[in-house]
Design a protein around this ligand. Structure first.
Ligand code: GCU
Length: 609
């Protein structure tokens, strides 16, 4: 038998690794590192080389088998090299990250398929530290490789994921390859048909996050029901039972020390005496310092309670009315997905200007910048996962995907005071399968977070001039959301004057959508569709009607700003946009904006009890 001296074997293995023949198996399931935006990290935002791969050539052979020598190896045609490589990232055009590809390159406007992203980066791991690859969001399916080795896969376009890459990093130069595919999936969440633009790509921040060997990966700190103490827990990954944890609120000179149990979890309790509670009027945030061993996390948190009492929503024990607006995560002016502070400031600035104390972030979890900003600005939030319209509710794999997204959403944002409501669905058909599916999700919410309210946007049943909110799912909700389009999809605006509402549940009601389309700058009689006057007229009749519903506790008209949707193709008016915004995508405020602003600012609209 051939005897090769040991050191030669070693060199051969390294060489073969470098040539990608062997892949170190360092695959891990994605996780979500809580408060990751406050962690030490190296941003990998910027220009990434990309290859557009509609036939998934970089992944599969011509017989559709998984390639071993796919684009993830980041090889290139070496001059004189006999190995054929029909791609070369270093010579390929770039796309900006974070960013969807559709709004960056006209040729990719309607592109749905696979795009490869590649970049090099320098990184040297610190001793006794680990590294995670953080992706704020990638729509829709993503596969990550580091230095040619596969790390993890993720499905779902609007929630973050973190994959451990410690074992794969070399001191100095490394490379990452990410395959992102936004092909709509019938058994996906969302499913094939939506009324928003299917932006693809690495749509939110990407970074390398440094953590000590034992690190705080999750925690839940909230004001208890009696508002007498901050209670919750801190989880330290890979900590030995008995490891110390401390949570301090320096401004209040409060500290709690605890030890983790065999699951790595430590129960925390801090006296809340003297604490300023978070509210829209006073969105007080405290710096909270969490420590365990070498790991120190600093978060900005507000503390408040939210609950229902009969048909009232109580914030810190007081009835509240949610004066809101619905918002899509689409950037004003330039279009594309929201991915920076300016986009967030523009959208929430307009909501504030409108007189809102509340926003519905539709129909999927928005960028974390949004919920950090609502915390700071004192804007209450409805957050939602994209279980939208006709999902395959009978399919267990679809439920699993929805539960995964729910878990990622709640894990990322459970410590955000501004979020009051977790919405589990929008406009789903009232079938037994659907109700079963969503009742399971409602239960999951309560298991993951018992401190907030569960809701969903329900469809409304009509008989003559009576509107019935009696969808069977209502039983499982704390707050009933209902969408109606009197004056647009049905009747004319005046129809609201004679509409009667019958709500089957003694629960708070939020009208989560109403409105109509208008082309900014198009003026005419209030009876003429698409004019600003027609849209304003809808609001003029809606508000008095809604004010007559005794248990109405909030509303979020559809929608703050015109947004792109492939469903909207009326030439000269829609041109690929849903025009129900109170503001155009170019920032032009329509008449209905000022009408609603007046109603919200003058008060007299909406009863908290
Ligand atoms: C629906 C749906 C929205 C949609 C809106 C519309 O209610 O929830 O996503 O954009 O109606 O038709 O404009």
């Amino acid at each position: 038998m051939l005897s090769i001296p040991m050191n030669r074997c070693f060199i051969v293995i390294i060489a073969l690794c470098a040539l990608g023949y062997f892949q170190l198996n360092a695959q891990s399931d994605p996780t979500v590192l809580v408060d990751v935006d406050h962690r030490q990290s190296v941003s990998l935002n910027g220009d990434w080389h990309t290859i557009i791969d509609p036939y998934s050539v970089g992944l599969y052979t011509f017989h559709r088998e998984n390639r071993k020598d796919g684009y993830f190896l980041n090889q290139a045609q070496l001059p004189g090299g006999n190995k054929l490589a029909e791609y070369d990232f270093s010579k390929s055009p770039t796309l900006r990250v974070p960013g969807d590809w559709n709004s960056q390159r006209p040729s990719l406007y309607y592109y749905e398929g696979l795009v490869w992203y590649q970049r090099n980066f320098d990184y040297t791991l610190r001793e006794h530290h680990r590294a995670f690859f953080h992706i704020g969001a990638a729509n829709y399916n993503a596969i990550l490789w580091i230095n040619g080795s596969k790390v993890c896969e993720h499905e779902g376009g609007f929630t973050p994921f973190d994959c451990e890459v410690t074992k794969l990093l070399h001191p100095g130069n490394n490379f990452v390859v990410i395959a992102v595919d936004n092909t709509r999936q019938a058994y996906g969440v969302p499913t094939l048909s939506t009324d928003w633009f299917n932006y693809g790509g690495l749509t939110r921040d990407v970074s390398l996050v440094d953590v000590p060997d034992k690190y705080i990966d999750d925690y839940d700190l909230h004001l208890n029901h009696a508002r007498s103490a901050v209670e919750g827990w801190v989880h330290v990954q890979d900590a030995a039972s008995g490891a110390n944890v401390s949570v301090t609120i320096p401004e209040l000179k409060l500290e709690a020390d605890a030890v983790v149990d065999s699951q790595g979890r430590a129960a925390i309790k801090l006296d809340a005496a003297g604490m300023q509670l978070w509210s829209p009027e006073q969105p007080k945030l405290y710096q909270v310092v969490l420590q365990s061993g070498d790991d120190v996390l600093r978060d900005e948190m507000g503390f408040r309670t939210v609950e229902v009492s009969g048909t009232k929503i109580l914030l810190n024990g007081k009835p509240v009315f949610l004066r809101g607006i619905s918002i899509h995560a689409e950037a004003p002016y330039r279009g594309g997905r929201v991915n920076n502070d300016e986009d967030v400031a523009a959208l929430l600035g307009w909501a504030h200007e409108l007189g809102c104390n509340y926003v519905r972030l539709a129909h999927y979890p928005h960028d974390q910048r949004m919920t950090r900003a609502t915390d700071r600005m004192g804007i209450m939030v409805w957050s939602e996962i994209p279980v939208y319209w006709a999902e395959h509710f009978g399919d267990p794999s679809v439920l699993k995907k929805a539960e995964q997204q729910l878990n990622e959403e709640i894990r990322r944002d459970r410590n955000k005071a501004s979020i009051l409501l977790w919405s589990i669905a929008n406009e789903t058909p009232n079938t037994p399968e659907r109700t079963e599916f969503l009742k399971t999700l409602a239960g999951d919410v309560r298991t993951l977070d018992s401190t907030r309210l569960v809701t969903a946007a329900l469809l409304v049943r009509s008989e003559g001039h009576i509107k019935y909110v009696d969808d069977s799912l209502g039983e499982a909700l704390d707050v009933i959301g209902a969408n109606e389009y009197i004056g647009w999809y049905e009747q004319n605006p005046e129809g609201a004057d004679t509409t009667e509402w019958k709500i089957a549940y003694d629960k708070p009601l939020i009208i989560s959508e109403f409105g109509g389309g208008a082309k900014a700058g198009l003026h005419g009689p209030a009876t003429e569709r698409w004019t600003e006057e027609y849209q304003e007229n809808i609001f003029q009749h809606q508000l008095p009607m809604l004010n007559r519903i005794p248990q109405l506790r909030g509303m979020s008209p559809w929608i703050l700003m015109d947004f792109r949707s492939p469903r909207r193709q009326l030439a000269g008016i829609q041109d690929g946009f849903n025009r129900k915004g109170l503001i155009s995508d170019q920032g032009e405020k329509k008449k209905a904006f000022f009408f609603l602003q007046k109603a919200y600012k003058e008060g007299g609209f909406g009863k908290a009890e």
